[in-house]
Design a protein. Structure first.
Ligand code: ADP
Ligand code: TRP
Length: 347
């Protein structure tokens, strides 16, 4: 059976972007593949350092995975830090990764700028990293984020990785490091992992603020746990405009984003109805947003209820995490034995 791996960092609650970009595929794939879904708590240390938060967030994501329908009887659900072999594989992969290629990745550059407190237009990151007078620094874990992600994936020899569009560069790096390991040690131990998307196209769920993707750190997200009132408030506040004046005109980004959300959560008829209104210049965004909020709530309500029930059941959560740790460690230990032997260490 083909192997599937994916993970999400425990940096807050899951939102619609996480669900439609990733978790929905997890739920589908578990039916047919040998799936490993984990909570990337080590990765969250690259940006979020407080342990109390991590513990709470790990529990939250675990409950949300389960509430979305990931089934611990079908898939292996685990916490990254419960599988220490991942850290060892990460060490080996780091020996074979170049600082330059890691520094050139877009997400490193973005997050490094934040950590160094320099803006997009400011001096180069390299200059600031070497600047002894800048009291802020970039942590080395952030630089090696892609090698840790590669370790997560290849430790189970995964071939499919369900992720959203924003992970394409990390996936490219994961493939490169897997290939490089094979080439360096003249082996075919690791298959090349590919991104997986349910609809064959990488999905980017837009935010409600007119531009860009929905994200935890962007402050524009609708969370699966949001109640009806919160959802309505967020949607009604979404950016729109005065409406088109010419029939069939192209949609500005903010409006396109509303339609994209509607396409994702509403029935096709509903989408077509508002799309026709737009094309006839009869659209009333107030009505459209009301409908969108209602449909989002219809989608979230059953998941929300389950999250709250599962969160209250500590014993069950603990059981799931323990079972997952056991199964994932078994698979990881097998790979690590082979890796150590190939490199020349005692297996
Ligand atoms: P965030 O960007 O909110 O911090 P993560 O980086 O933890 O979320 O992403 C977890 C998973 O959800 C990844 O597979 C990512 O590609 C996917 N994802 C996150 N935001 C979106 C989005 N707006 N559209 C599609 N997929 C997304
Ligand atoms: N980088 C991913 C994100 O930000 C999280 C992640 C870590 C991941 N390791 C992974 C995703 C392995 C897929 C496979 O969303």
């Amino acid at each position: 059976m083909e192997i599937v791996v994916s993970g999400i960092r425990p940096t807050g609650n899951l939102h619609l972007g996480n669900y439609f970009g990733a978790v929905k595929s997890f739920v589908e794939l578990q039916k047919e593949y040998n799936c490993f879904f984990f909570i990337a708590d080590w990765h969250s240390l690259t940006t979020h350092l407080q342990p109390e938060n991590i513990r709470r967030s790990v529990k939250t994501i675990l409950a949300e995975y389960l509430a979305c329908g990931i089934d611990p009887e079908k898939a292996t659900i685990y916490i990254q830090s419960d599988v220490r072999e991942v850290a060892e594989l990460y060490l080996y992969l780091n020996m074979n990764a170049g600082i330059g290629e890691l520094m050139r990745t877009t997400s490193f550059k973005e997050k490094a700028r934040q950590q160094l407190r320099i803006s997009n237009t400011d001096a180069s990151i390299e200059k600031e990293i070497f600047n002894e007078n800048n009291k802020h620094s970039v942590n080395a874990g952030l630089l090696t984020y892609p090698t840790l992600m590669c370790a997560d994936i290849i430790i189970h020899k995964a071939v499919k990785v369900p992720v959203g569009k924003d992970q394409e560069q990390n996936m490219e790096m994961a493939r490169r490091f897997a290939r490089r390991f094979n080439a360096t040690y003249h082996t075919e131990l690791f298959p090349e992992p590919a991104s997986f998307h349910l609809s064959n196209k990488a999905l980017k769920v837009p935010g409600l603020d007119g531009s860009g993707k929905m994200g935890k750190s962007e402050g524009n997200a609708i969370y699966l746990i949001d109640d009806e009132k919160t959802i309505r408030k967020k949607v009604m506040k979404a950016v729109s405009d005065a409406g088109p004046t010419e029939p069939n005109s192209e949609k500005p980004e903010a409006i396109q984003n509303l339609f994209t959300l509607m396409e994702i959560v509403s029935a096709k008829d509903t989408y077509d109805f508002f799309n026709d209104k737009y094309n006839n210049c009869e659209i009333r965004y107030g009505d459209m947003k009301k409908q969108l909020a209602e449909d989002i709530n219809l989608f979230c309500a059953p998941i929300r209820e389950k999250i709250n029930d599962i969160l209250a059941d500590e014993v069950y959560l603990d059981k799931v995490a323990r079972l997952g740790a056991e199964k994932a460690s078994e698979s990881a230990a097998k790979t690590l034995k082979e890796v150590r032997e190939i490199i020349g260490f005692r297996p």
